[in-house]
Design a protein around this ligand. Structure first.
Ligand code: C2O
Ligand code: CU
Ligand code: CU
Length: 470
């Protein structure tokens, strides 16, 4: 199938399947929305951007604007969104809406759900987010280049009912790998890819080292922390106890998570999100820090500084977030599928070099290294029947951690051979070394859904496949 044929077919599928209230009209704009006001479409241009890390400007940054970092996009639960993504880079791209449960044709995975977006082409993404919460977006083609160069942004889906915060602060955690001159170093290394991944050496929050954000004293703040790094598992905590964790990987927590501390930080793997509700300090100038335990010593990732007169608010004034409409799996009838994540056997896979595939394989799922994003002619890892409940046994046979991510569906962790897991909906299960985790879900979204490790070098070297729901 040629790229152009695929675009036409995919468009036709989107039109007939109906994306909630929004159908794709000839122009790609929302039609048939009825009396509800359609949000303005987002016109997003993938482009080279200007950026200056502290003292030196860095060439080769990628954003959706002439500036970096990419913007925080905002949508509303149950309201159609249109995001026209135009590519002005010389390479292919595509855009994926991580964690958002939408129609398969809008999922942004090259060759699986759409053809990649070529230079000067536009792909009209249109969907209605069913869930509120903190999500994010990133390309799913040339990811090792484009994500490492900064094309990772946060997508906030607002609740239908306002939970009552005074302020909202987004923290996008991402490392960059630069040399002394502030130029990008290669983001892929064979040594890293075969181990925990290649780490950046400039560890940032919103592309800055320890940014300070002013927020009203005594205010109720929603702090949305998103790990969009290609490699690093962050271990985080706050320097206040006047806070609670209200959402995990987009969804409101149902199994409470204790507030992390320096001694017991919370692990947030690549792709994962953590929402805090916190109360700002009473007097002007007082700060709360978001801390990361990094090798060596903890680092202040970002600070919130109180300003103005005390709003004197209380965390108990917040209304609880309503659960998102995720179907509960029926464990009594759920069939189990096992997925083993391990080393790649000594075989080379056919690698077509499209979308930034690497030509190496170090990793495998069920003892097979997979060609990843640009896979063609490779079957699904598992076939799931639409509407049925399943348990996945995710077995990590390797000495490295893997944040295992599934597109299009949310799942519930059940148990681990190493620790007690919190039963909170997620799209990314962080498997520790040698850990086996059971998760459960209802396969209620039809399509071919990418299933991969979110350490991008692992994804690109064998640890990526897909599941078919039909
Ligand atoms: Cu966040 Cu397949 O990706
Ligand atoms: Cu995803
Ligand atoms: Cu991995």
């Amino acid at each position: 199938m040629k790229r152009r044929d695929f675009l036409l077919t995919a468009g036709a599928i989107a039109g007939t399947a109906g994306l909630g209230a929004a159908g794709l009209g000839a122009t790609g704009l929302v039609s048939g929305v009825g009396p509800r006001k359609a949000p303005m479409p987002y016109d997003l241009i993938v482009q080279k951007a200007r950026y200056r890390f502290t003292d030196q400007s860095t060439l080769g940054m990628v954003s959706l604007l002439p500036q970096a970092p990419p913007p925080v996009l905002v949508g509303h639960q149950g309201k159609p969104m249109v995001l026209n993504v135009r590519n002005t880079l010389p390479d292919y791209t595509s855009m994926h809406w991580h964690g958002v449960r939408i129609a398969n044709a809008m999922d942004g995975v090259p060759y699986l759900t759409q053809m990649p977006i070529a230079t000067n082409e536009t792909f009209p993404y249109a969907f209605t987010p069913p869930d509120a919460g903190t999500y994010w977006y990133h390309p799913h083609c040339m990811t090792m280049d484009q994500m490492a160069h900064g094309l990772t942004g946060v997508l906030v889906i607002k609740e239908a009912k306002d939970p009552g915060f005074d302020a909202d602060q987004v923290i996008n955690l991402k490392d960059f790998r630069l040399n002394e001159e502030g130029e990008f170093l290669p983001s892929f290394t064979g040594r890293g890819a075969a181990r925990a991944g290649t780490f950046g050496n400039v560890v940032t929050a919103n592309w800055q080292e320890n940014p300070v954000y002013d927020q009203p004293a005594g205010a109720l703040l929603r702090l949305r922390v998103v790990n969009t790094d290609t490699t690093r598992i962050h271990k985080l905590y706050l320097t206040t106890t006047d806070a609670r964790i209200i959402a995990w990987d987009g969804h409101p927590v149902r199994d409470p998570i204790a507030l992390p501390t320096a001694l017991k930080p919370v692990f947030v793997g690549p792709g994962q999100r953590l929402d805090f509700a916190l109360r700002m300090p009473d007097s002007e100038g007082q700060k709360i820090d978001l801390m990361a335990s990094l090798p060596g010593q903890p680092k202040v990732m970002a600070s919130l500084r109180a300003i103005g007169s005390n709003l004197n608010r209380n965390l108990n004034a917040l209304s609880a977030l309503s659960p998102n409409p995720v179907a509960h799996p029926d464990l009594s009838v759920a069939q189990t599928h096992e997925f083993v994540f391990g080393w790649s056997p000594d075989s080379m896979i056919a690698n077509n070099g499209v979308c930034g595939s690497t030509g190496y394989t170090f990793w495998s799922i069920n003892r097979t290294p997979w060609a990843g994003d640009a896979a063609t002619g490779i079957g699904p890892l598992a076939q799931l029947e639409l509407g049925k409940s399943y348990i996945f046994r995710l077995r990590n046979e390797s000495p490295h951690a893997h944040p295992i991510h599934l597109h299009g569906l949310s799942f519930l962790p059940l148990r681990s051979n190493k620790r007690r897991l919190k039963r909170n909906w997620t799209d990314t299960a962080l498997l520790l070394r040698g850990e086996t985790v059971d998760v459960a879900l209802v396969a209620d979204n039809p399509g071919d859904w990418a299933f991969h490790c979110h350490v991008i070098e692992h994804q690109k070297t064998g640890l990526a496949g897909y599941l078919r729901v039909s």
